[in-house]
Write a protein that binds this ligand. Structure first.
Ligand code: IMP
Ligand code: MG
Length: 179
């Protein structure tokens, strides 16, 4: 498996750019500068960077912080758990939070992360993702803001990886050999 594996484009760079502008406008109607933006690493780093700059065009300049998570399957339970490998620097008590991730797949990551932030005293938490795979959802909520709904295919690019490869692709693509 190398970067030479054939990749078919699912969402073009141009469509991503257009959709992020729309999302920033939608988010601007709900969020103000008192909110804290929390971006989940590593997958969301490119999406978050483009989204916050688009939000800036809509007059928003919130604080931004990052969390690195790794998810793992708990051997004794069916539910997935997330482990924080790098935590926030900002305090979240009484803060409203815009939680950004690259993709809402089963939804377990955003559910578990929301629970952690709530347990630390966060006030309201709303979620924004670039991609959503509706067929895979295992939780009782959907992301508040979602860029594109995609089929149940493993995708890479624009920050999303397969074994930490392909993050630099400017579009979202499907690696043919791993489907
Ligand atoms: P969830 O907890 O099942 O919603 O999964 C969310 C996380 O799984 C994302 O933050 C990604 O890191 C990873 N993930 C899920 N689907 C894909 C995919 O198609 N490509 C790359 N990463 C994915
Ligand atoms: Mg991720």
């Amino acid at each position: 498996m190398t970067d030479k594996n054939p990749i078919s484009v699912l969402v073009t760079a141009e469509d991503i750019k257009t959709r992020i502008e729309e999302m920033a406008e939608e988010i601007g109607a709900v969020v103000d500068d008192s909110w804290l933006v929390v971006a989940l690493l590593r997958g969301s780093f490119i999406f978050a960077a483009d989204l916050v700059r688009a939000m800036h065009k809509h007059g928003l300049a919130p604080k931004i912080d990052f969390m690195t998570l790794s998810s793992y399957q708990d051997g004794t339970e069916s539910s997935r758990r997330v482990e924080i490998t790098h935590d926030l620097n900002e305090d979240v008590i009484d803060k409203n939070i815009l939680l950004i991730d690259d993709i809402f797949d089963t939804g377990q990551t955003l559910r578990e992360t929301s629970k952690i932030l709530e347990s630390r005293g966060a006030k309201e938490i709303i979620t924004a993702v670039l991609l959503e795979k509706p067929a895979r959802r295992e939780v009782g909520f959907r992301p508040r803001f979602a860029g594109f709904q995609i089929p149940d295919k493993f995708v890479v690019g624009y920050g999303l990886d397969y074994a930490n490869q392909y993050r630099t692709l400017p579009f979202i693509g499907v690696v043919e050999d791993i489907q």
